[in-house]
Write a protein that binds this ligand. Sequence first.
Ligand SMILES: [Zn+2]
Length: 482
Amino acid sequence: MSEFDLVIRNARCATAADTFCADIAIRDGRIVSLGEALGKGKEEIDAAGRWVLPGGIDGHCHLDQPTSDDSRMADDFVSGTRSAACGGTTTIIPFACQIKGQSLRAAVDDYHQRAGNKACIDYAFHLIVTDATEDVLKRELPELISEGYTSFKIYMTYDDLKLADREVIDVLAVARAHGAMVMVHAENADCIAWLTERLLANGHSGPKYHADAHPMLAEREATHRAIAYAELVDVPILIVHVSAREAVEQLRWAHSHGLRVYAETCPQYLFLTADDLAHEDEQEGAKCICSPPPRDKANQEVIWSGLENGVFQVFSSDHAPFKFAGPDGKFSAGEDASFDKIPNGIPGLETRLALLFSHGVETGRLSIEQFVALTATNVAKMYGLYPRKGSIAIGSDADLVIWDTGIQRKIRNAALHHEVDYTPYEGIPVNAWPAITLCRGQRVWQDGQYLGKEGMGEFLPCQLPTPARPKPRPEGGVSWIG
Ligand SMILES: [Zn+2]
């Protein structure tokens, strides 16, 4: 009788800390042994010295999220998790978004309805807090945190999502009191509104003007403000989707002052520029509309350096899937919709890992350990899923990816598994792609075949994040507030 369900032989493993060669033995969906010449499995895979890495964790993606206009997200939990699995991602954390006026509990219940029995990989939820009422702050958030919803995103821009500054401070105080993690979309709403009005008044309504309406300074100012509020309340925060130099300078400023400010960046800030919004065929530019917008080549370099030297802890897709064609996609407000009426967001769940592996690890910019940290381990720690997720360790879930490297391929939307009718990364070369993805020991992707099943994925309640609540700083902060 075989001791194990599955044994992966000759794996060249990497974690956020180490690389080593081992056999990996899996039983009941978990890693139960790492060693040399392990006993027989019911099934075996010979990794033949290929990299075997922890499955990717995408800590920022949007699936089947209600919108406030006629647009509709193209991916639900079926197609979104399928696409993720085919790109080597084994856990996702999308957002249960509170609609203003709605209770947070109702948003969470609705999102469970949308997710239930659909996902083929495991998932947790972040919350999006858009209406910081007294009931939300005093009762709902503490309750939901204790039930495993330990991170929430807040917006400083977008009319239907943004919090007033006082509400931002109130939400940060709740996070401090209960040890939760707040993710901040940092852009200055009034700067953007003022610029948008002026651009439109001057007849500048095409997609390319989206970049002009969202300048770096709007991101820099809001990033600084968010950092200042986190300092005031004395709580760690995470700035999401950082796009450019000026925001990075604010992060460095925070670090140099000993503040715990974490940061995320995304593929669009490494592989796209504002020129991608200024397409010859004007409408095509809408394919790359997201906020903050992609900047320029020099800023791509700044973001790469930030990944290399530790400004960023997590690398996420910010997958926000809207079709280019059709009545509910990028032009849901009409074929000649102005840039401010085009839904923000681009797809990227399936391409995130291969892009960073090919252009980061294979070029020598990032070590393999850094790659694992940015795409899996740190994400699991930041949002309370570690050590069940995010590493190759005895007792961890057998979420593993065996990589093919040294291949030559270009990203083609036709080969992807989402429901979006384009990828902004069309034609970009990659020389690595997952050969096999295992979710809790089950094959969900192998040799170009999707093998997952709807409902295989489980909901994961999150523990409190690993970056523990800091001790009050003697010289500042309002730590007496509790
Ligand atoms: Zn955002």
